[in-house]
Write a protein of this length. Structure first.
Lengths: 242, 99
């Protein structure tokens, strides 16, 4: 039966009005493509670090065949990483493939938080500063100025503001769990509390492990929230007048 | 009731407008997922909204598959805002004022 204004209740009004908000929440929390990208880059980084470590071992023990295998493996892994990182090469292909998950539900683009030109300008500046921080941090690590144990706490000084800025600007508030977990881990490491990754991640890989593990946790939570938003959207969206 | 926009007043169209108000653009499949309408029913509501210039409809191809993308216009957004204000005004009227 179709409702008219005379019998529409304030509850109905509130539900229909909330439809736009739940749609926004649904669109902002679609995170499966991020999870797939994280998994792909996480595996690649893991392979590269393992190969670097094996190459170092081979060099020290004069094992030339292993060194050559590691060198070829590293070249291939770096090539794949570069191919996936550049949108025009493989980046867009990976994204397109990852977004197929949502084909059945349809596609919607979130509202731009600010004019596109301004967003690109700010995004360029932020990405440059972030990149410079990573380079400086890695250089300080190689120079021995920052110890392995302090790499993660120091990285939090730029990773946490960067992630927070990115998710606030994009209004993906559920993903703020990511910088929150990273900051908590960094703070715990800085004050010398036992590291939760100590048993399964070598100390020099903990920053990357934190990026991947906390990213995966936040993305999974975001996916659960996305399913809730989808069910709310469908519940409030079902029309009685069909 | 004279001030209520009859185009938006139909519940299915009101919901189409509400969903589109929350995004920059959405495709046809997304709207069927969100609203549970059949393709034919949704098409007829979209036609009505397009004629009123409340939504923009773009038809394109993604590979070999046709794709219909919709977005709410500035006029549509203003009409939706005015509709909610009017509905709120009517809801707050005393019974004797309604008669």
């Amino acid at each position: 039966m179709q409702k008219s204004t005379s019998n529409i209740t304030s509850n109905d009004m509130a539900e229909i009005r909330s439809l736009g908000r739940w749609t926004q929440r649904y669109v902002h929390s679609r995170s499966v493509p991020v999870l797939i990208s994280l998994a792909v880059f996480g595996v690649l980084m893991g392979v590269m670090l393992t190969l670097w470590s094996a190459a170092g071992e081979a060099y020290r023990s004069d094992n030339t065949p292993l060194l050559v295998v590691c060198g070829v493996g590293l070249a291939v892994a770096h090539g794949v990483l570069a191919w996936l990182s550049v949108p025009a090469w493989g980046g867009k292909r990976l994204q397109r493939w990852a977004w197929r998950y949502y084909d059945r539900e349809g596609h919607a683009a979130p509202q731009d938080p600010m004019p596109r030109a301004r967003m690109q300008r700010i995004g360029g500046i932020v990405a440059s500063v972030f990149g410079a921080c990573i380079l400086a941090h890695v250089a300080l690590g190689f120079a021995g100025v920052v110890s392995d144990a302090m790499m993660l706490p120091i990285s939090a000084l730029y990773v946490v503001p960067f992630l927070t800025f990115m998710f606030v600007v994009q209004r993906v508030y559920v993903m703020l769990l990511y910088p929150l977990l990273y900051a908590a881990h960094a703070a715990a490491a800085a004050v010398g509390l036992p590291d939760p990754f100590a048993s399964f991640v070598p100390v020099e890989m903990r920053s990357i492990a934190a990026m991947v593990i906390y990213g995966a946790i936040a993305v999974s939570v975001s996916h659960v929230y996305n399913r809730i938003a989808l069910s709310r959207m469908a519940r409030y969206g079902r029309t009685e007048s069909e | 009731m004279a001030g209520v926009d009859r185009v938006i007043h139909e519940p299915a169209r009101l919901k189409v407008m509400s969903v589109l108000d929350g995004v920059k653009e959405a495709d046809f499949t997304f709207l069927t997922t969100a609203l549970g309408l059949t393709n034919g029913n949704l098409s007829s509501h979209i036609d009505r909204l397009e004629k009123a210039k409340y939504v923009d409809v773009k038809k394109s191809f993604q590979g070999k598959m046709p794709r219909t993308t919709l977005c709410i216009t500035g006029e549509g957004r203003a009409a939706l805002g005015a509709y909610w204000e009017e509905l709120e005004r009517i809801r707050q009227l005393k019974p004797e004022d309604k008669e």
